[in-house]
Design a binder for this molecule. Structure first.
Ligand code: GLY
Length: 366
């Protein structure tokens, strides 16, 4: 068992990582239940884990109420926010109560946002069931829904009171989903930890094949890395948290081009985006070509997209840069890029020439 503390003053909380934790979750949840009914919000794909969690709570004398939403990105909508908020209000949720978000990033983001506004903010607990949610979205308090103008454009920073991560829930996840989440694990190595990237090179394939101790290590390491960054820059105002967006600007363009659809999962877009960020850094003479090659080789070795072709994108540089200009990271008319000087040496560059990005992307397409 590993416990990582996210140190945010009065908003500090623990992230507990342990195989089999779901069945033992009541020990952690009992103090938050206050003798009241705990709402558990989940989606239709997570029903077996819902049963495990409800049984564990029931055995500890905690009553729960399940709210099961449709799976998929379209659940992060105004309509679902309204529906969920009404259900939680009907259940009489109070500010001091805790709603459990049991699911992937969609459930975590929607429930977190609903709880940020319910009675001006009630408590919630993240119980992430995808690798992507376990190593990224469940930690750090970013919550949001999508609108017709784009993804995650309406949201709030609202930290959970507790995050419970059971790596065994990944065993029932489709391998493609686990692989996509693994891109965010690799990201922590590329941001500022060359040793961890080397660990990924050595262990990534076995982790993806199902090795539980390796999965547990990667999750705990990733969560600790994220907790450090979030504690330094909770609201992404000091530049530090922006590093977590490595690969996301290029990746956003690829996701937009593929219609934010199942053609390219978010983690797959991030993988290809990280390869492009390193490739662009090398093309600009900022990073050694050998560093970009290592990134590409590792992503390819584990079956993740490593560029435009493997992401299934053939659009021009102009089209892709056009998508980037709709990115929510736009800042006073400029688009900050996450570039790298080497493996584990990423930085934010606010003066990237978009013409050079276009030319680089056009060259990739050839
Ligand atoms: N997923 C990026 C962040 O939490 O800041």
């Amino acid at each position: 068992m590993t416990t990582v503390r996210v140190g945010l003053g009065e908003r500090s909380y623990d992230v507990v990582i342990e195989a089999g934790l779901l069945a033992r979750a009541a020990d952690r949840l009992l103090p938050l239940a206050r003798g009241r009914v705990m709402p558990i919000v989940t989606d239709e794909n997570v029903l077996p884990h819902l049963e495990t969690l409800r049984a564990a709570l029931g055995a500890a004398g905690v009553a729960s109420e399940a709210i099961v939403l449709p799976p998929g990105e379209s659940t992060k909508s105004w309509a679902m926010l309204e529906q969920l908020s009404d259900r939680l209000l009907d259940l009489g949720v109070e500010r001091g109560d805790h709603v459990i978000a049991l699911g992937g990033g969609v459930i975590g983001d929607l429930v977190g946002f609903a709880c940020s506004i319910l009675k001006r903010g009630c408590g919630f607990v993240q119980v992430p069931t995808t690798l992507l949610a376990q190593v990224d979205s469940s930690v750090g308090g970013k919550t949001a829904i999508n609108t017709r103008a784009g993804k995650n454009l309406i949201g709030a920073f609202h930290q959970p009171a507790l995050v419970l991560i059971d790596p065994t829930v990944l065993e029932t996840l489709p391998p493609r989903q686990v692989r996509a989440g693994y891109a965010e694990v690799v990201k922590y190595g590329l941001i500022d930890d060359a040793d961890f990237f080397a660990w990924c090179e050595a262990n990534g394939a076995a982790l993806l094949a199902g090795d539980l101790p390796l999965r547990e290590h990667a999750i705990a390491y990733s969560v600790a890395a994220k907790a450090r960054i979030v504690a330094e820059d909770e609201r992404e105002t000091r530049g530090r948290r922006a590093l977590l967006n490595l690969g996301h600007t290029f990746g956003h363009a690829l996701e937009a081009e593929t219609g934010f659809s199942e053609r390219l999962f978010h983690g797959e877009g991030v993988a290809a985006g990280m390869a492009l960020a390193y490739g662009f850094s090398a093309a600009q003479g900022i990073a050694p070509h050998a560093a970009a090659a290592r990134v590409t080789e590792h992503l390819r070795a584990v079956g993740l997209p490593d560029g435009l072709a493997t992401a299934g994108v053939s659009a021009s540089g102009k089209t892709l840069v056009g998508h980037m200009l709709h990115d929510k990271k736009m800042d006073a008319g400029t688009l900050p890029f996450l570039l790298a000087r080497d493996i584990g040496e990423s930085y934010v560059d606010k003066a990237v020439d978009l013409g050079a990005v276009e030319a680089f992307l056009d060259a990739q397409g050839r």
